[in-house]
Design a protein around this ligand. Structure first.
Ligand code: GDP
Length: 451
């Protein structure tokens, strides 16, 4: 199947710089077609400023931030506009300067704004049409911009352009992807887990139904051929291990390949699991086994109760009752949101995407040190830390977040003291109440320090 990736998903490079340094010429050199209107008159610009180019077999997106309007902005407005575009869109910024001139004061303003970006910035010196101009890149004044020496190129005659592209692409730190697709954003990886006949295949088809399905190998994922990438609202989602589900939905029904081992592997390979349960049947021990597999892997979790159309005489209380029943049967699930869908009629299925996005944010939630400090102080004020096995009363020195996915917290206490298990649970429960961690497990552990 030929693969088309939405343009916005490609790794993106933005060119910024003051007027007349040759942004358009550089842009056109990479497009290798004279799309733009270029002239020696400062301020001449054009109407299209985004293009795709290919380098060493891979596609990249190029943006000339040099504006599409003919209205003259103030310097400040111009810098703000360019830097905002670069920040929003690009994986790397090319800061283009003119080697035929010394650095201008306004370029220092540009540099100041660019130094605040997290995105890598490469200083490129244009108009190096001959070796004499090329040596201008060693002018120490360029270093005052706060980047490396400008890399000399001539956008007009092409010299140095290939070399600078190699450097740029290396600096973009994209995953190795020979022959694979490269995406700007890493997709979230999702597994669909449930016992046979709960409706996984039907749900999968409903989920991907309206979307573009890409079955080519994907960088960022390890087991590409089994996975399905879809792009929804410009965002990538990978459904792992869908080969079986896809095949089954086409050929045979009722045969489950792999069973528990397969489920185990799919959970390990995903960031988030959709646990699919059947609303029309009682929960079974098979559900219980799968729930155990899921909760011990500490991944994101959304519970999907399918076949909601088969439940007759529902009231607005029915979902609440079912959720309560589920959580009392399986308490470790209680952190997960529960949704009621009909995969067959597609009811509520598309809402799953925004829920997946939310849980993904929660999986990566990273709390500030001061936020945690205040949180812990107020908690200790409400309830003094309870003693574990140690002789002395524990004093909590700090609560710090050590990791995301899942959010992991370390409580430090003095050596030879110990904290009661129930107090860790108390911290965990309160973290959930104070911050949004819906759908993500959280881990809290103790470290003892010498003082
Ligand atoms: P899987 O084994 O989990 O992949 O389940 P399938 O997707 O093959 O579905 C099993 C059966 O349930 C099929 O006959 C589906 O048509 C049916 N089914 C799936 N989802 C729904 C639903 O939302 N409502 C109803 N009524 N039937 C469904």
């Amino acid at each position: 199947m030929p693969v088309t990736i939405p343009e916005k998903m490609l790794p993106t490079i933005a060119i910024v710089g003051r007027t007349n340094v040759g942004k358009s010429t550089f842009f056109n050199r990479l497009m290798e077609q004279k799309k733009a209107l270029v002239s020696d008159v400062a301020g001449t610009t054009r109407t299209s400023n985004v293009g795709i180019f290919k380098w060493r077999g891979e596609k990249y997106r190029l943006i000339d931030t040099g504006g599409v309007d003919f209205i003259k902005d103030t310097l400040e407005q111009e810098i703000k506009k360019q830097v905002t575009t670069a920040l929003k869109e690009a994986n790397l910024v090319i800061f283009l300067v003119d080697l035929k001139q010394e650095p201008l004061p306004q370029e220092k303003e540009w540099a100041k704004a660019l130094r605040t970006l997290k995105t890598p910035v490469v200083l490129v010196g244009n108009k190096a049409d001959n070796s004499k101009i090329r040596t201008q890149s060693h002018n120490p004044e360029w270093l005052e911009l706060g980047f490396d020496e400008p890399f000399p190129i001539s956008a007009a005659n092409g010299s140095g352009v290939g070399d600078v592209l190699d450097i740029i692409i290396q600096k973009m730190k994209l995953p190795k992807a020979s022959g694979k697709l490269r995406l700007k954003k890493s997709p979230i990886k999702i597994s669909l887990i449930g016992r046979p006949n709960v409706g996984k295949s039907t749900l999968f088809n409903a989920l991907i139904g309206e979307e573009r399905v890409i079955t080519s190998p994907i960088a960022h994922t390890t087991r590409e051929s089994h996975d399905t990438l879809i792009i929804k609202d410009d965002k990538p989602y990978v459904f792992v291990d869908t080969a079986g589900i896809r095949k089954k939905s086409k050929i045979s029904r009722g045969l489950e390949e792999g069973g528990v081992n397969q489920a185990n592997e799919s959970i390990v390979n995903s960031d988030l699991t959709l646990l699919v349960l059947d609303a029309s049947e009682p929960f079974t021990t098979q559900d219980k086994h799968l729930i155990q597999l899921i909760t011990e892997k500490r991944k994101g979790l959304i519970i999907v109760i399918n076949k909601w159309d088969l439940i007759k005489d529902k009231t607005s209380d029915t979902p609440v009752i079912i959720t309560k029943q589920l959580f009392s049967l399986f308490p470790p699930l209680a952190f997960a949101p529960v949704v009621f869908v009909s995969a067959l009629s597609h009811k509520n299925v598309q809402d799953l995407f925004s829920l997946i996005d939310r849980v993904n944010i929660n999986l990566h939630r990273n709390l500030e040190e001061t936020e945690l400090h205040n949180f812990m102080s107020s908690l200790v004020y409400r309830k003094l830390p309870t003693r574990g096995k140690g002789v002395r009363h524990p004093k909590i020195f700090a609560l710090r977040q050590m990791a995301v996915q899942p959010p992991t917290f370390e409580v430090t206490i003095k050596q030879k003291t110990s904290l009661h298990e129930s107090y860790l649970k108390f911290i965990q429960n309160n973290l959930r109440q104070a911050f949004d961690f819906e759908g993500t497990p959280i881990v809290v552990y103790v470290r003892k320090v010498r003082v």
